[in-house]
Design a protein around this ligand. Structure first.
Ligand SMILES: [Zn+2]
Length: 112
């Protein structure tokens, strides 16, 4: 997980733990792209995407990283690699996690 400022690293973990599914692996380097969280039983990979690094519409493009295109290409490759392995990918924007954690929970629940 990369971020412009201080990464709210504990927030998504607490959220995931609250779902009671157990078994999450964090920053799992055994999977393509080292998902921020990976659930081996459910085969779900979760990425927390920084709005600056990945170019979210919540801010003008002038405030995106100059490497946004590369990062997006990389994201795409990682998504493809994971789906080839039969793993579902859930990508969560950092700003949504911060403002609407309940919405993030719904997103993850919907992917189960
Ligand atoms: Zn955003």
């Amino acid at each position: 997980m990369k971020d412009e400022g201080t990464a709210p690293e504990k927030a998504p973990r607490a959220l995931l733990e609250s779902m009671g599914l157990g078994e999450w692996r964090y920053s799992d380097s055994s999977q393509p792209g080292s998902p921020d969280a990976y659930h081996p039983g459910r085969r779900i990979a979760i990425f927390l995407d920084g709005c600056y690094w990945h170019g979210h519409s919540c801010r003008p493009p002038s405030r995106w990283s100059p490497n946004v295109e590369e990062n997006r290409e990389r994201d795409k490759r990682i998504n493809e690699e994971l789906s080839k392995r039969g793993i579902k990918v859930v990508r969560i924007w950092e700003c949504i996690l911060l403002k609407y954690p309940g919405r993030v929970l719904e997103l993850i629940m919907d992917s189960l």
